[in-house]
Design a protein around this ligand. Structure first.
Ligand code: ACO
Length: 430
């Protein structure tokens, strides 16, 4: 029987805090009354030991390498489900019946077009802008176009905003790509499934017939499933924090996109592919592994390590399988980057440094090779991640708004700056 309270002794006074149990995973010590009771804050940079919210959406066991969405293992969802089914599950908590699925697909599909005025918004950007910069701007701008779904206190408007975000993100991502390469925008085609429609919007041109390859569409769909949600990661926490102030959902998702862009988060797939290309041939791997282990060298093996997984990232295994399927379908027999990746993985998994620090490949290690084979340039990789993660952000944002205990997120600090002092006129400063 586990204890229900935790005792804290501070300045010779004893304080007691409730311990709460989740359905699975570590229990939490509820220290929400700590400051009121003791006048002290907790200090946890990077939130390594802090549960910032209660959630029913996603569970990760980092030691075992398990990922569950609403209780369902990611392997089962990736093998048997499709992306919109997973979206439904994340948003509503249960897998849809056939009728619910048809209705949901229909509702999402009706929102795939973006306001025609958005086209002009794109042309304000430089063509050589990074597509993630364009995503931050254009997604944030959605709140200027869809005023009828920005009232967060109205459940109907929240639902419409959710459908709009899931439906429009592929369209906006494809537009960012087309604008970047100087091709005309391709409008969505609603008789196609989500992934096929996205591939078509990216790779079709008006002067030619485009046929979606079903094997590649299935791979794209699986990549979307694998990235759909990952509990309270940096970008999701950003969305929750932005949303806690009452900001509208489009603004919150734009904040999530900005956070995702960083190379320690969603930008890692782009960085991993660049690293594999820089390594070039397997004989250069030892040099890069040595650099990753060198304390004086900031270089890290991109696509390795994870804050939560201290075992193989379950998504990386599925992604590796998907990589082989895509390369097989495209008849790519000897991909030099895949050869480097497989060899690098083998070497790192047998190296004491990586074993001791429990550094395993994460999802980004193989996703870059797959996305490149599908035809995407590296600067689109994080954009694709943002398309998939939108449902996770929206589901977590919705859960937060509907939580009766929700308050504005406002962390505190350990102040180590100057104490109070008097202003000096400029000519008296040394
Ligand atoms: N290569 C070499 N050493 C590493 C790596 C790596 N990829 N990752 C962590 N380490 C080492 C660190 O140097 C540190 O060593 P030390 O204890 O001797 O100082 C130790 O392992 C712990 O690393 P931290 O940075 O403290 O771990 P943290 O949980 O803060 O970071 C992170 C996790 C950011 C993912 C990190 O492993 C990393 O930078 N990986 C490369 C980037 C990457 O692949 N990111 C994708 C994450 S998954 C996603 O967002 C979808």
């Amino acid at each position: 029987m586990s204890e229900k309270t935790a005792k804290l002794s501070l300045s010779s006074e004893e304080h007691e805090f409730n311990v709460r149990e989740g359905t699975i995973g570590p229990r939490v010590v509820d220290i929400s009354s700590l400051y009121k009771e003791t006048g002290a804050f907790t200090y946890d940079p990077g939130f390594t030991s802090t549960a910032a919210c209660e959630s029913k959406i996603t569970f990760i066991d980092g030691d075992k390498g398990t990922l569950l969405h609403r209780g369902y293992p990611i392997e089962q969802l990736a093998d048997h489900g499709d992306f919109l089914e997973v979206c439904y599950l994340l948003l509503y908590g249960e897998l849809p019946t056939r009728t619910q699925k048809e209705d949901f697909d229909y509702r999402v599909t009706r929102h795939t077009m973006v306001h025609e005025q958005m086209n002009r918004f794109f042309t304000g950007f430089r063509r050589d802008a990074h597509p993630m910069a364009v995503m931050c701007g254009t997604v944030g701008a959605l709140s200027a176009f869809y005023h009828d779904s920005t009232d967060i206190s109205d459940p109907h408007q929240r639902m419409v905003a959710s459908m709009r975000m899931i439906a429009k993100m592929p369209t906006i991502a494809a537009m960012a790509y087309k604008y970047h390469i100087g091709q005309p925008f391709v409008y969505p085609q609603n008789d196609l499934d989500y992934a096929s429609n996205f591939l078509r919007m990216c790779f079709a041109v008006p002067c030619e017939e485009y046929k979606v390859n079903p094997v590649l569409a299935r791979a794209m769909d699986r990549i979307f499933i694998l990235h759909a949600d990952h509990e309270q990661n940096a970008s999701t926490s950003t969305v929750r924090l932005a949303g806690s102030s009452g900001a509208n959902p489009f603004a919150c998702i734009a904040a999530g996109i900005a956070c995702l862009w960083g190379p320690a988060h969603g930008g890692a797939n782009e960085a991993a592919l660049n690293m594999l290309s820089e390594i070039g041939t397997p004989d250069r791997i030892p040099e890069f592994v040595a650099r990753a282990k060198d304390k004086d060298d900031p270089f890290r093996l991109m696509g390795f390590g994870h804050r939560v997984y201290k075992n193989y990232d379950p998504r990386a295994k599925i992604m590796q399988k998907t990589t082989h399927e895509v390369l097989g379908e495209l008849g790519i027999k000897d991909d030099p980057m895949l050869e480097v990746a497989l060899e690098l993985e083998k070497m790192a998994l047998n190296d004491d440094y990586f074993i001791e620090k429990k550094l395993y490949p994460n999802i980004d290690f193989y996703s870059g090779i797959t996305l490149r084979a599908l035809g995407f340039p590296t600067n689109m990789f994080t954009v694709l991640f943002s398309v998939a993660r939108t449902v996770g952000w929206i589901a977590q944002w919705k859960e937060m708004i509907e939580d009766p205990h929700q308050r504005i997120g406002r962390p505190r600090q350990l102040y180590t700056g100057a104490t109070e002092r008097d202003y000096l006129p400029i000519d008296r400063r040394s």
